[in-house]
Design a binder for this molecule. Structure first.
Ligand SMILES: Cc1cc2nc3c(=O)[nH]c(=O)nc-3n(C[C@H](O)[C@H](O)[C@H](O)COP(=O)(O)OP(=O)(O)OC[C@H]3O[C@@H](n4cnc5c(N)ncnc54)[C@H](O)[C@@H]3O)c2cc1C
Length: 479
């Protein structure tokens, strides 16, 4: 008989959270801690969503999205998770750029960027200060018509090299482009610039393990392999979910599934106002990614002068289009040393490239597999510029594509960072459409990435608490 993954789920909860990405996990943890009864349903066999890892024979463990996040993660993890998680976050100090316009190493913070921009790029200090101050002062309620390209043109007219330094890592980090609103760039860039780029010691597997323990302490019921098919809505109010053969009731449902999927598949457009549906239809998904995962022979150490993150490109100029092209010219290499995964004797490199789902979606199986092999080959070629004997010391290499991300997380088009900017307003407006329905997950560039997703989970958990507090149907809190 197939295993019943919902065996321990009750028939009714205060809140059901659909999906265990970092936003879903954090929302569930906060709500459980607050004394509400919470059920977390995840369709995959692992928790974490895009914050994931996988093992290969020989003992290699690859992190998929642990490349770097801003210092704010320490505070968020301490407040909303625990100090063991927060204390495991450390800075990555070796961030490198290598492209036809410049090669440099930086600690990726305001001080060091100011040093580079004045020294290597000859930009007047007052222009740099004005740019940093303008970026840091931005918030979501600001003018959303100014684009990132216009922001750069104002402060660094005609300086394609400066724009490349300031923009290329953020485009990799969340797919944002020069045409996106400047606020989305300014907020994310300033988060990084405050103190640099950070990582989690022990890898994503350890992080999700610690979070799972914390969920248990918060009293959250967790069911994996539980694919929610429908969010049940009656008379403008959420009633629960349909999962497998079960209907489980809830006063509130937080969907961590992709925003577009939540509206059009899990709920159904008939439950929303026409204007809202028009707005939701206009939401663009963010781009997806390709990655190549490479493991070095046990005991073979890569020289740490390679740095932690290397933004490499052979494209003469920075162009968003070129970053998305199947004809790959730009790659971000993440180097993993035993230092950040204590107890292992091996190094890994993961190469990440932005990608379009449509370039991979309809390839016949044979062509798809051949394209993946080609991706591995061209990536090894590119890596050999930095590690000339890479092929001799790499013992495992494999590729993932937008199809892989779609398969594992159900994100429409394998979107790595949810939706473009306009998704945030639609996500926030859901509870006005359907009482008790909320969305927490990567949207709008600002609320994506590890830090953005965790913080959005907290915001939405607070919304759920106040909503249920107002609701006379809400049972008294447990404690
Ligand atoms: C290649 C790559 C590299 C990245 N690198 C970085 C990085 O270096 N730094 C950084 O900060 N961010 C990075 N990110 C982005 C970051 O990982 C994500 O923005 C973040 O983890 C997303 O969290 P989320 O809460 O939005 O949910 P997701 O991680 O998208 O998870 C959603 C979850 O919902 C589940 N689900 C969906 N539908 C259902 C359903 N019907 N029933 C049950 N469960 C369902 C899915 O299985 C999944 O577990 C990267 C992403 C990718 C793909």
């Amino acid at each position: 008989m197939p295993k019943d993954f919902l065996k321990h789920a009750k028939d009714e909860y205060d809140v059901i959270v659909i999906g265990s990405g970092l936003a879903g996990l954090t929302a569930a943890n906060m709500l459980g801690r607050g004394g509400l009864s919470v059920l977390l349903l995840e369709q995959h066999y692992k928790l974490g969503g895009m914050a994931t890892w996988f093992r290969r024979s020989g003992g290699h463990i690859f992190d998929v999205s642990l490349h770097g996040f801003p210092v704010g993660m320490i505070k968020s993890c301490r407040r909303y998770w625990n100090s063991e998680i927060a204390d495991s976050i450390v800075q990555l100090k070796g961030i490198r750029f290598d492209n036809p316009m410049f090669s440099l190493t930086t600690t990726f913070n305001r001080e060091d960027f100011t040093r580079l921009l004045t020294g290597q790029f000859n930009v007047p200090a007052e222009n740099i200060a004005a740019f940093f101050d303008a970026a840091r002062a931005m918030n979501f309620y600001d003018d959303q018509r100014t684009t990132t390209g216009e922001l750069f043109e104002k402060h660094f007219p005609g300086r394609e090299d400066v724009i490349r330094l300031l923009m290329e890592p953020i485009t990799y980090a969340n797919g944002s482009t020069l045409e996106d609103p400047a606020v989305s760039y300014g907020i994310v860039f300033s988060n990084f610039m405050s103190k640099g780029v950070y990582t989690f010691v022990g890898g994503t597997d350890r992080l999700i393990g610690l979070m799972t323990g914390e969920l248990e302490r918060s009293g959250v019921d967790v069911c994996i392999r539980s694919d929610v098919e429908k969010i049940i809505v009656q008379r403008g109010r959420v009633r629960g979910v349909q999962v497998g053969s079960r209907t489980i009731k809830a006063r509130a449902v937080v969907s961590n599934s992709n925003l577009v999927t939540t509206i059009f598949q899990l709920v159904g457009e008939e439950h929303f106002d026409r204007d809202f549906i028009d707005e939701a239809r206009a939401v663009r998904l963010n781009n997806s990614s390709c990655q190549v995962y490479m493991a070095f022979k046990p005991g073979v150490m890569i020289d740490e002068s390679q740095g932690d993150l290397l933004f490499s490109s052979t494209a003469p100029l920075f162009r968003t289009e070129a970053l998305l092209s199947r004809d790959i010219t730009s790659r971000t290499f993440s180097f993993y040393y035993p230092r950040t995964r204590p107890g292992t004797d091996r190094c890994m490199v993961v190469s990440s490239t932005n990608a379009r789902h449509e370039d991979w979606a309809d390839l016949p199986e044979e062509e798809y597999e051949a394209s993946k092999r080609d991706l591995v080959k061209t990536t090894l070629d590119a890596l050999e510029k930095y590690i000339p004997n890479a092929r001799e010391i790499i013992v495992h290499a494999e590729a993932s594509t937008p199809r892989t991300f779609q398969h594992y997380t159900r994100h429409a088009q394998g979107a790595s960072f949810g939706t473009k900017f306009e998704g945030l307003a639609v996500s926030r407006a859901l509870p006005q459409q359907i009482t008790g329905l909320l969305h927490a997950g990567s949207v709008g560039i600002i609320m994506s990435g590890w830090l953005g997703a965790i913080n959005y989970g907290v915001i939405v958990a607070n919304d759920v608490e106040s909503l249920l507090m107002k609701d006379e149907l809400c049972p008294a809190k447990k404690s």
